[in-house]
Design a protein around this ligand. Structure first.
Ligand code: SF4
Length: 233
């Protein structure tokens, strides 16, 4: 598909402007160097722990897992649940997340760990991830993109909000429809998907916030379809 790079965005935006939105954000913020994790396994653990919590809390939990020599699948799978829960307590819902981590690691070990899983086609791997208790589409796609380098676009609340404000989507589309929108429009491109998701998170946290969005000076303001009253919602 031809890129819109270098073109000026005009109202209204459509799915065909997705590449230009990426390029505009990249020019504004620069490369984000995601995912913030030392190893693929750490990325997987981080993707589970980041559910419903800030990344700073995940970092504290990861540090505690490392300090306790528990940041490996065998240690997590066989850990005493209370001990594991205490180590990841900063991320909240720690008892639930301890069970999720243990279930994930038991599956991960049974399936031969990353080396064996890398051989699996993306559709099959995604199906298996989604079958692990507590792994939903966003977590599965975080793992697929950032730990397995698969061309799967991650959809989160930030992505949903930005696309709706830009007028590309309504905002209430199903997860899979939004994922297909990116993947079919941009083509399979791991590096692009990696950077794009990270840029959306950066933009949403710094400027396109749920409440009191900082629209003045936003690089996307000229084409944004934001409604009046957005800052008060
Ligand atoms: S103009 Fe405002 S609502 Fe639109 S993308 Fe920028 S920050 Fe978000």
């Amino acid at each position: 598909m031809a890129s819109n790079r270098g073109q000026t965005m005009t109202k209204p935006l459509s799915r065909h402007d997705l590449r230009t939105v990426h390029d505009t954000l990249l020019a504004c913020y620069g490369p984000q160097h995601w995912w913030p994790g030392e190893t693929p396994f750490e990325v997987m653990v981080g993707a589970i722990l980041t559910q419903n919590t800030a990344w700073s809390n995940v970092e504290r939990a990861i540090q505690q897992l490392v300090a306790a020599n528990h940041l490996n699948p065998e240690a997590i799978a066989t850990a005493d649940p209370t001990t594991l829960g205490a180590l990841i307590r900063p991320t909240g819902y720690f008892n639930i997340k301890a069970r999720r981590l243990q279930g994930f690691c038991q599956w991960y070990l049974a399936r031969g760990q990353r080396e064996a899983l890398m051989e699996m086609p993306t559709v099959a791997l995604r199906r298996e991830l989604l079958a692990v208790k507590g792994i939903g589409p966003e977590t599965a796609d975080d793992i697929l993109l950032y730990a397995f380098a698969r061309p799967v676009f991650v959809i989160d609340a930030y992505t949903r909000r930005l696309l709706a404000r830009l007028g590309i989507t309504r905002g209430d589309e199903p997860y899979e429809a939004l994922r297909a929108l990116f993947e079919e429009t941009l083509g399979a491109n791991v590096a692009l998907f990696n950077e794009y998701h990270a840029l959306i998170v950066r933009h949403a946290k710094e400027r396109c916030r749920k409440r009191q969005a900082l629209c003045e000076g936003c690089v996307l303001a000229a084409c944004c379809q934001k409604e009046e009253g957005i800052t008060a919602s």
